[in-house]
Design a protein around this ligand. Structure first.
Ligand SMILES: Cc1ncc(COP(=O)(O)O)c(C=O)c1O
Length: 377
């Protein structure tokens, strides 16, 4: 399987090797055209809220389709951190069930949101990472009948470690805890079925494997749960009738809509619509299989060149990102960029994060250049 036809949708690939989907994917002509459509209406109409809102709704439906949800189960926010804050604001930490369990491999911003709930009575526990992984069994020791929410990354931003959502959902539900999933490093590259996996909350944004821009995030809330919650981080788009402009009426809209806050990020919805259309056309199942074969190549090629990996080597535990230990990773990122190779550094690793438009050759180019630069230093 290869995506040589689709590779042509990404003009930058004629000039550069872009392997940074864990941070920012390459720009496709589809996303650019969709953004142009927004700009054209702004230029020629001055303002077209109705049309822009139609795009927001279409984007929501495309995202819902990708994760097997219904559009009524999706709220639109501006970042995954905002989505987590909105969920946190709807939870009550006053009672006996006041514990939040998260992991050391989660993205710091989400940990910060949960730590901020300590002022509201929450206790926060971090499951430690061992060998840069979180063992499935470790949830048994941390999640108990005092746990209100367990918050995990589907795939870790640091090293691409992938967790088994269905098994974790079953474990945390048996203790009465909600499951919040940060899918920013998986959505668009790993199949997600919120129904089959029995997820309560799931959030992701458009910038990484969903091929769009920062500034828009999606929050799935299971419909049975949404109706029981009233987020205090809120705004007019969370109301039953935003355009009633009734300042004295705090009613909560049906379903996940109640988790909306202010005006949706319309321009970013245009970009997200372009990316999601492409992903749904290609099929995330095919993308996931292809990325697994690229993972296998990246692991073997990096080891041949004597690099040490921070990523798991078992393909079942890993998504696209292959993280390689590099002494001064930030400097290496800059050096590679000067040589037309775009990767992303985090702490002590360079993350090589291909999407479907990348090839084994792209990965070999990046690793060869890293080996050359280190030997020269
Ligand atoms: C897994 C994960 N979650 C959350 C974030 C932060 O998302 P946002 O800036 O939209 O809050 C990132 C950003 O890199 C991430 O990788």
């Amino acid at each position: 399987m290869n995506f040589s036809k689709e590779r042509k949708y990404f003009p930058i690939l004629e000039e550069k090797v872009q392997l940074s989907s864990c941070s920012q994917s390459a720009l496709s002509i589809q996303v650019q055209q969709s953004l142009d459509e927004f700009m054209q209406t702004w230029i020629s109409e001055g303002m077209d809220w109705n049309k822009w809102m139609v795009c927001v709704e279409e984007t929501k439906a495309l995202f819902a389709k990708m994760i097997n949800a219904s559009p009524e189960e999706i709220a639109i926010l501006s970042s995954v951190s905002d989505a987590a804050s909105t969920v946190a604001s709807a939870l009550n930490f006053d009672g006996q069930r006041n514990k939040i369990v998260t992991t050391e491999l989660d993205f710091p911003s989400i940990g910060h949101v949960w730590l901020a709930q300590k002022k509201r009575g929450a206790k926060v526990d971090f499951i430690p990472a061992v060998d840069n992984k979180i063992a499935l069994e470790s949830y048994d020791g941390y999640v108990d009948h005092h746990t209100l929410v367990t918050s995990i990354s589907h795939v870790s931003y640091y090293n691409g470690f992938k967790q088994d959502l269905k098994s974790i959902a079953s474990k945390v539900h048996s203790k009465g805890s909600y499951l919040f999933v940060d899918a920013y490093q998986s959505a668009g590259s790993v199949e997600i079925d919120v129904k089959e996996m029995d997820i309560d909350f799931l959030s992701t944004g458009s910038q990484k494997f969903m091929l769009g821009t920062p500034g828009i995030a999606f929050l799935y809330v299971k419909s049975e749960i949404a109706e029981q919650l009233e987020p205090s981080t809120t705004g007019w788009f969370g109301r039953v009738s935003p355009f009633a402009f009734d300042i004295k009426q705090l009613d909560y809209a049906e379903g996940a809509k109640r988790f909306n806050t202010g005006t949706p990020p319309m321009i970013n919805a245009y970009a997200a619509r372009g990316g999601l259309t492409l992903l749904n056309e290609i099929g995330v199942d095919r993308i996931e299989k292809y990325l697994s074969s690229l993972s296998s190549f990246a692991i073997n090629y990096a080891k041949e060149k004597d690099f040490k990996l921070a990523s798991p080597e078992d393909l079942n535990d890993k998504a696209s990102n292959t993280a390689i230990f590099i002494p001064n990773a930030a400097k290496m990122e800059q050096q590679l960029r000067q040589d037309n190779v775009i990767v992303s550094a985090r702490n002590d690793v360079i993350r090589i994060a291909p999407h479907f438009y990348n090839t084994e050759e792209d990965i070999a180019t990046a690793i060869d250049k890293m080996a050359y630069l280190l030997a020269k230093a």
